[in-house]
Design a protein around this ligand. Structure first.
Ligand code: PMP
Length: 465
């Protein structure tokens, strides 16, 4: 199927882009010889670029965002209606969609009760860090201010988020970083030998990984640590679900040392893993949860920092101390487009049972990838939750050395030529895991999944022989 292009002069658009747009995460040098690729239309999982080429998007808008798929007129209509009625008020006044979405969201998150609106994942995480810091000042004389983060986790692009970032390649060249962020080890079973835990497996491995975090807590001093910030399943750092036993032990450790648990659901939230939130797979009771991407599937910019009533209560104060409330604002947290889109987005997830579809299609995706691993030696490990799955590529199954970046890029490029957009994590970091990632919209069908893995099959054969 070819979509009509609603662009009068494609060449003029390409040249305007080439001359003036600075693309995210992009080395521009190749654009002197090749054209930047410009997307014009989308429907379901399909995209059409300005040359008319059709693509099957296996990564939900590149960065795991468009959970309900492209072309949802229903969301656009709701946003339009809301914007013409009342588009924005920043600061302390509320709005109708903000109240309605907050109530519905809290309905999906037992144990949590307050929603603070912002406009990006990084921003929501900054809010969480500031809440932790302010609690340290209010309750602990500023002492319990440190925030733990894990090797391989990513929490955003600002300097504070990078200070809490465990993906080396994203941090290189942007230091110095903010003080008070302390890295702890990860829990990646496929690379457990790097943690010195090669002899353990299953629950014993999970518990040992959590215990390694407690060692850091004891070394730093529990009275200096306010919170730990973690992805429920590491996304960009290599698609790393938690091993059995990990979360129960980690929760126990955090409670023992009075450390708040901040779960970053920016990627995993809103059904991506087959539950409303990734942490719900593990029975954790977080104190703070942040979310962004799938909240409105990219139809509007919205993020949320959600807390328990106990956290919120620490900021409620009858005294006339003017410093005692949360002295924070997000200008665009006052834009009504975000919650208006989020209400419809959530309704679509429910009405179409997209969490159920995610669970069903996850089995097919993981099964297909495991089948590829039986025929392609480069597929060293297959893992994931829901419709966020990865295939880690190695040059040697014994040593588990990562496949060189050039070959990973060639595989992704070959899929693109075939009209399937797949992603790859960490591809520019020598020695780290190079993992192909698959995170199609939650409406994906069995045919879509097969088409994606068939493209990878062909690419692996062509690139690696
Ligand atoms: N947290 C995680 C886990 C992410 O993957 C990202 C973005 N990829 C962010 C936070 C930052 O979100 P944003 O780009 O919206 O600031």
């Amino acid at each position: 199927m070819t979509m009509p292009l609603n662009v009068n002069d494609p060449r003029a658009v390409i040249e305007a882009d080439r001359a003036h747009v600075w693309h995210h995460l992009t080395q521009h040098a190749p654009f002197t010889a090749t054209d930047p690729r410009i997307i014009v239309e989308g429907k379901g999982l399909k995209l059409w670029d300005i040359t008319g080429k059709e693509h099957l998007d296996a990564v939900s808008g590149g960065v795991w965002t468009v959970n309900v798929g492209y072309g949802r007129a229903r969301i656009a209509d709701a946003v339009r209606d809301q914007l013409v009625r009342m588009n924005f008020f920043g600061g302390s006044l509320g709005s109708v969609p903000a109240a309605i979405f907050a109530e519905r969201l809290i309905g999906k998150m037992p144990g949590l009760s307050r929603v603070y609106y912002a406009s990006s994942g990084s921003e929501a995480n900054e809010k969480a860090f500031k809440i932790v810091r302010q609690i340290a000042h209010k309750r602990h004389g500023g002492r319990k201010h440190k925030i733990l983060f894990r090797d391989r986790d990513y929490h955003g692009t600002t300097i504070a988020c990078l200070s809490a970032g465990g993906q080396q390649e994203r941090n290189a060249q942007y230091g110095p970083f903010a003080p008070g962020f302390v890295q702890v080890p990860h829990c990646m079973e496929y690379r457990k030998h790097e943690l010195g835990l090669g002899h353990l497996s299953g629950e014993a491995f999970g518990v040992a990984c959590a215990d390694m975090i407690e060692e850091v807590i004891l070394r730093e001093g529990p009275d200096t640590i306010g919170a730990i910030c973690l992805e429920p399943m590491t996304a960009g750092g290599g698609i790393i679900p938690a091993p059995e036993g990990y979360w129960p032990r980690l929760s126990e450790i955090c409670r023992k040392h009075d450390i708040l648990i901040h779960i970053d659901e920016v990627v995993c939230g809103m059904g991506r893993t087959g539950e409303w939130f990734g942490y719900q797979h593990y029975g954790i009771a977080p104190d703070i949860v942040t979310m962004a991407k799938g909240v409105a599937s990219g139809y509007a910019a919205i993020s949320c920092c959600v807390t328990t009533e106990a956290v919120f209560e620490m900021f409620r104060d009858d005294s006339d101390d003017p410093l005692n409330y949360f002295r924070d604002i997000s200008t665009f947290g006052g834009c009504t487009a975000g919650p208006a889109a989020a209400i419809e987005n959530m309704a679509i997830l429910e009405e179409e049972d997209l969490l159920g579809n995610t669970r069903a299609m996850s089995g097919r995706l993981l099964g297909n990838l495991r089948e590829l691993a039986t025929r392609h030696a480069a597929v060293g490990d297959v893992r994931g939750l829901g419709l966020f799955c990865g295939a880690e590529l190695v040059s040697d199954r014994e040593t588990r050395d990562p496949l060189p970046e050039k070959q990973v890029v060639a595989i992704v490029g070959d899929c693109m030529e075939q009209g399937v957009i797949v992603g790859a994590t960490n591809r520019s970091v020598p020695g780290r895991n190079n993992t192909l990632c698959f995170s199609p919209a939650l409406i994906a069908t069995a045919d879509d999944i097969d088409r994606i893995t068939d493209a990878v099959d062909g690419a692996l054969t062509r690139v690696l022989g």
